[in-house]
Write a protein that binds this ligand. Sequence first.
Ligand SMILES: Nc1ncnc2c1ncn2[C@@H]1O[C@H](COP(=O)(O)OP(=O)(O)O)[C@@H](O)[C@H]1O
Ligand SMILES: [Mg+2]
Length: 157
Amino acid sequence: MKRIINEMKLRLRAIGENEAVARACISAFIAELDPTVEELCDLRCAISEAVTNSIVHGYKGYSQNIPTFIYISARIYDNREVTVEIADTGCGIEDIDRARTPSFTTGDPGQRCGMGFLVMESFTDSMSVKSKLGRGTTVLLRKNLKPYAEEKTCHKG
Ligand SMILES: Nc1ncnc2c1ncn2[C@@H]1O[C@H](COP(=O)(O)OP(=O)(O)O)[C@@H](O)[C@H]1O
Ligand SMILES: [Mg+2]
């Protein structure tokens, strides 16, 4: 059975600046696994989409005067699986299947293209969404990192 070998939790204000902070924190957290550039880019990209969604859609129309937050929890398992959960306590999603349909967006069509969930799905091994109207949304991303590259040995000839 797989075992958790490291965990972290983050609470960030739901502001655009923190998209980069979330990416950087997760990158640092998984650095011990020595991920490939591709694995790192995939995860960073999926995290960006989830965090942006919470800021742009989850808290859309919320008063700027009352701070809103994004909650991120990440875990590393001993089989090199990484999970990242991104949650908000915003407006929630009425119809998750419809929201996950490529090209569906409730955002400004000039700015949003409705591909965020597809990106999260494509760049991870699995992605699940839970949401309750008026309560918020949680996205769970899972990625299995490849086994460590074999140690390079030096052959003296
Ligand atoms: N955290 C969230 N809170 C509320 N609604 C969301 C959230 N994430 C996604 N959605 C809904 O799902 C739709 C599709 O999301 P996505 O695929 O990322 O496309 P886009 O962000 O371009 O609209 C959004 O337009 C929005 O209606
Ligand atoms: Mg999006």
